[in-house]
Design a protein around this ligand. Structure first.
Ligand SMILES: *Cc1c(COP(=O)(O)O)cnc(C)c1O
Length: 364
């Protein structure tokens, strides 16, 4: 399986160890606990907070997709973030990409900092500045690339080199590009984080999160936190995310094709001042001339839905200043360009001309 290509891994995943029936899909093992065959013996499953066969199939599939050795499936991306942050202790210092998912900023500023862990936000695309800000207490660099919502890129390999020199962890939130377009572990990252709610699940119907690593020591530390904190993904939700992953690669292909057309079209529209698109994936942000146009677009779209979130088959449009990035301090938002004229689009798999017609009518 290991040498298979991404489309095949998505479809077949890592087979269920317990399959004696020939079932094509991994069943939902809706069991909280498992009986022991003898004293001190285990089937490999004792209690579902530790491990469950449906979850195991999902975790092995995500680990394989990311080129890691272990993946843990959480009840949401933020649950994965919260457990990740338990790796740090009072006095530690973390550097994060300045243009980050708003929920991650909220966790850092209001939960992590109260435990006397400091967090600095920097443009992680600027390696020299990054190196200058690493101090003796710095334990990790947390990168989101492309950034959210401004689509700024960070060179994971270059940041990894700086991290190796100083013996600090590199953590990458790979939610936007997914392993179809970016494999941070292969570029030198130590841990990959996902909101599986987004592209991995792909249908706007299930919350999930993942931490993936290729390092045995980190895997052991994270597994300990995982079973202790208990923010694990339920069997039925594991089944839904596995089902979503079957079409991940083909969805990403279509989404990229659609997004390329839309980014180009937006770039030519006279009411659009700027367009931010990383060239892959489905995330586009764009600034229009004034906030009245924003109101008209959010009221006017019909096929594209005005909603938070991203990464599903349905195209969604988000107003970052009021939704995803409301918890980013205003002065920070202003510098980053997250203003009342900026919209974020998650392009889905609909017919691209219906999406363009929708935007055209809403921009009238
Ligand atoms: C949505 C999101 C998260 C948080 O994930 P949830 O599943 O909503 O908890 C983290 N990072 C990024 C980039 C996201 O888009």
């Amino acid at each position: 399986m290991d040498n298979k290509r991404i489309n095949t891994i998505c479809v077949h995943g890592v087979r269920d160890n317990n399959n004696i029936t020939g079932a094509i899909t991994v069943p939902v093992y809706q069991s909280a606990t498992f009986t022991h065959p003898g004293v001190g013996q285990s089937t490999g499953y004792d209690y579902s907070r530790l491990q469950n066969p449906t979850r195991e199939a999902l975790e092995k599939t995500v680990a394989l997709l990311e080129g890691g050795t272990d993946a843990m499936a959480f009840s949401s991306g933020m649950a994965a973030m919260a457990v990740l942050c338990e790796l740090f202790s009072p006095g530690d210092h973390i550097i994060a990409t300045s243009d980050l998912y708003g929920g991650s900023v909220r966790l850092f500023n209001h939960v992590v900092k109260k435990n006397s862990i400091s967090v600095d936000y920097l443009d992680t695309g600027d390696i020299e500045s990054l190196r200058r800000h690493i101090n003796l207490n710095t334990k990790a660099i947390f990168v989101e690339t492309p950034s959210n919502p401004m689509m700024q890129l960070t060179d994971i390999r270059a940041v990894s080199a700086a991290c190796r020199e100083k013996n600090i962890l590199l953590i990458v939130d790979n939610t936007f590009l997914t392993p179809v377009y970016q494999k941070p572990l292969e570029l030198g990252a130590d841990i990959v984080l996902h909101s599986g709610t987004k592209y991995l699940g792909g249908h706007n119907d299930t919350l999930a999160g993942f931490l993936v690593t290729g390092n045995a020591e980190l895997s052991e530390k994270l597994r300990f936190l995982y079973k202790t904190i208990g923010a694990c993904l339920a069997p039925w939700d594991c089944f839904l995310i596995l089902r979503g992953i079957k079409t991940l690669a083909i969805r990403m292909e279509r989404i990229t094709e659609n997004a390329g057309h839309i980014a180009e079209w937006l770039g030519r529209h006279k009411k659009v001042k700027s367009v931010h698109y990383a060239g892959k994936g489905g995330m586009i942000s764009f600034e229009v001339e004034n906030s009245d146009i924003v109101t008209n677009i959010l009221r006017g779209v019909r096929t594209i839905l005005y909603a938070e979130s991203l990464g599903g088959v349905e195209s969604l449009i988000t107003y970052p200043i009021l939704q995803t990035h409301a918890d980013v301090p205003e002065e920070v938002r202003e510098v980053l360009g997250i203003n009342d004229r900026l919209l974020r689009l998650s392009v889905g798999i609909e017919d691209v001309y219906d999406l363009i017609d929708d935007l055209e009518a809403a921009l009238e």
